[in-house]
Ligand binder design. Structure first.
Ligand SMILES: [Zn+2]
Length: 131
């Protein structure tokens, strides 16, 4: 049984598309050297780091930020693919319906709030995560 209406799914789909587009722009910008659109910024960093711990740290932070963006983009793409399927909006752990309000805040959510909290507790992940 599906609990989300077609209209709700389409609204979430539009939200997923908007967020994915913003992330793609963010990722593209992160990969570009300012002033030189053909240069891969991160690649330059990696070439410079040899003995420089500061550059190393910067690269680590940039890569971490980029990986977060890519992970969110992947989650959004997956959510977009599931959007009109029977599993979308259903908690992966307890199989209860994920509240529409939660999906509006995070269309890529695969768990209800309670299951996500206990999942993050088990993972030792910070509560302030995007999912
Ligand atoms: Zn649940």
């Amino acid at each position: 049984m599906r609990y989300l209406t077609i209209e709700q799914r389409e609204a979430l789909g539009a939200q997923i598309a908007r967020r994915a587009e913003a992330l793609r722009a963010e990722i593209a910008a992160a990969l570009k050297q300012p002033g030189d659109s053909d240069t891969i910024h991160l690649a330059n960093h990696l070439a410079e780091i040899d003995d420089d711990a500061v550059a190393d740290l910067e690269t680590t932070l940039e890569v971490a930020a980029l990986e977060r963006d890519l992970a969110e983009l992947r989650a959004l793409d997956a959510a977009g693919a599931r959007l009109h399927g029977p599993d979308y909006g259903v908690c992966a752990d307890c199989e209860e319906e994920i509240p529409f309000r939660r999906l509006t805040a995070n269309p890529a959510a695969t768990r209800c709030t309670a299951c996500q909290a206990s999942f993050e507790l088990k993972q030792g992940a910070p509560r302030s995560g995007t999912i």
